[in-house]
Design a protein. Structure first.
Length: 333
């Protein structure tokens, strides 16, 4: 799937210029999933969706043009209700402007069902839920991939960088490769159906902006060659359903050595997970969440319990999730 100048493509949308709109009071509720970005060696270019957690958006049509946010739950007051400052409404506004439908009035409720700042694509899940909701409300039957540039606008607002390794899998589902950003070229990858993901979110603060700032901007050629080989090996393992190859390819010599310093006992947790049967172990997004691939659900659950127990021993609370890779993406509830 290649998307060149995708925002301009909406100029020919079948919705453009329509005089009607959904009836006032029409309402839709959408869920969008959390994601694991980077997938260890694929910084900013790899990501996959999981079944849980995720966020929910309720969107209803109002009689006054413009977007309002009437309620946000689950954020402990951290997210703005002002429509011009919230990633969900900003992304939806860009979409409406692109298709010439700024005459529509919308009210949005955002229900955070996942922790903010977890490294699990919290902002992208909210943004994708909002975009999928307006697309569904308007009966827009264009390719869902055309929402991706608007979702990236939300990521730019959230963390200062419009990357797609969270929003693309949240929107498209499955395991996703961003081959290029200019032009935008996104590819869904196959994956073993019996691959499980064990996720643990330690309750510590690792802001995404700060986590990006500590990354080196210059690297050694030998490290780049190692990283290229691992990314190619991971993609090859996904295509050939070779879990052993997937596991030995998931090594990061560029970003993980720096970001791991922000996560308490990262290497202790990795050793515990690998000894318990994990195929691989790494940081989800910018952290502090960590994840492990396993061959079965029981091993995944054992690993999450073990890691949570270890974190409790060092006085850190945590949440845990076990999931296969979610191929569905967002859905109407």
């Amino acid at each position: 799937m290649t998307t060149a100048n995708p925002e301009n493509d909406f100029n020919n949308s079948p919705l453009r210029g329509l005089g009607g709109a959904p009836a006032v009071g029409t309402e839709i509720k959408v869920f969008a999933p959390a994601t694991v970005a980077n997938v260890v060696c694929g910084f900013d270019v790899l990501g996959f969706a999981v079944n849980e957690p995720g966020d929910e958006v309720i969107m209803r049509v109002t009689d006054k043009a413009g977007i309002t946010i009437s309620k946000i739950t689950g954020d402990n007051g951290r997210l703005p209700l002002a429509a011009e400052k919230n990633t969900v409404s900003v992304s939806v506004q860009h979409y409406l402007e692109s298709i010439g439908r700024t005459d529509i009035g919308l009210d949005i409720e955002l229900h955070k069902k996942m922790p903010i700042g977890s490294g699990l694509g919290s902002s992208s899940a909210s943004t994708v839920a909002g975009l999928f909701a307006i697309k569904s409300l308007l009966g827009d039957d264009t390719d869902v991939a055309k929402l991706l540039p608007f979702a990236m606008k939300g990521e730019e607002m959230a963390c200062g960088h419009g990357h797609a390794d969270n929003v693309a899998p949240a929107l498209l589902g499955g395991f996703v490769l961003i081959r290029s950003y200019e032009p935008l070229d996104v590819i869904r990858l196959p994956h073993p159906k019996d691959l499980y993901c064990a996720i643990v979110f330690p309750d510590v603060d690792v802001p995404t902006r700060e986590a990006r700032q500590i990354i080196r901007d210059k690297i050694y050629m030998k490290d780049a060659v190692t990283q290229w080989g691992n990314i190619a090996g991971l993609v090859s393992g996904l295509y050939t359903q070779d879990i052993d190859l997937i596991g030995r390819s998931m090594k990061d010599v560029l970003v993980e050595p720096v970001r791991s310093m922000l996560i308490p006992d990262f290497y202790v947790m990795r050793e515990l997970a690998m000894k318990a049967g994990a195929v691989s172990f790494g940081i989800s997004g910018s952290g502090p969440s960590v994840f492990a691939f396993t061959r079965d659900e029981e091993t995944a659950r054992n690993i999450t319990q073990m890691l949570q127990s270890h974190l409790a021993d060092i006085k850190i609370a945590s949440n845990a999730y076990v999931s296969t890779i979610n191929d569905a993406g967002p859905r109407v509830l």
